[in-house]
Design a binder for this molecule. Sequence first.
Ligand code: P6P
Length: 338
Amino acid sequence: MDVNRVVTLDQFIVERQSHFPYGKGDLTRLLSDIAVAGKIVNREINQAGLVDILGEAGELNVQGESVKKLDLYANEQFIAAFKAGGEISGVVSEEDEFLTPLNTGLSKDGQYVITMDPLDGSSNIDVNVSVGTIFSIYRRVTKHGDVQLEDFLQKGTEQVAAGYLIYGSSTMLVYTTGRGVNGFTLDPTLGEFCLSHPEMKYPEDGTTYSINEGNYSHFPNGVKKYIKYCQERDPATNRPYGSRYIGSLVADFHRNMINGGIYIYPNTETNPNGKLRLLYECNPLAFIAEQAGGVATDGKNRIMEIEPTKIHMRVPYFAGSKNMIKVAHDFMEEFPEE
Ligand code: P6P
């Protein structure tokens, strides 16, 4: 990359849109809308300690999780951006129990639908730990009128784009349209996302494992065996690995994609199907991981091949460096549940 040339997100998308197999310009507008909403959410997160937007909103979401004020704020900002853009016909959000039709009845119904986790890891906001937004974009299956459930219950292989924003020590937007993964860092002096991580590649190996070991007693046998494998001393395979888990999926995923590593959220007693949601956490990050050369499975099967049955469906999640995932799979196969 010409280090002297600043490439903004909009410039990059326009240069690339000629390759995008769908509507010319549709995706440009859509990704730009996401970037604008991301900047607005970023601004609020950075001020969270100063304005009355921290803390609980005093309600539970469909997941039964306490909703933070910033969760609702982020949800509103992204949905407003999609309404303004006109490209999106409907949204499934972690924050809303049901799908939300948008922009239908217009002269040109938006041809896309989006699934999103508007603010993942929001329990970390009050303690100033990185959080993120995760999204998947699909072409709608129905052609006109209000979107239907079938527009969202599409396999991850049908995604036309996916990405995440990470609100951390810097704010980044990382996305794919199926032609590799590129990362953009927000330059606050310009107010623009600028290309900073072109053609991101998931290292084939890593020495970091990310899992909430507090749930160890509930883990499947194969996961328990894999954790012990990670902790054994074997210099020839760079073990013991380091344990890094900050309770924010986007932050753990992003670090592991840059350095190499594996993130695992298996089924547990509290979450017998796993905790993470297929449509707006697992599938978008699986698309990113695979496009960067990584792997994402449920411990056996490719995440993006799983047939969704409900919009808030949960699945066990193994995502990371392909050689680490293979070893984890071997333990899952060798030590199945009784
Ligand atoms: P636990 C946040 O709620 C989240 O969905 C992910 O961002 C994170 O990795 C995980 O849940 C943390 O869950 O059960 O380890 O606190």
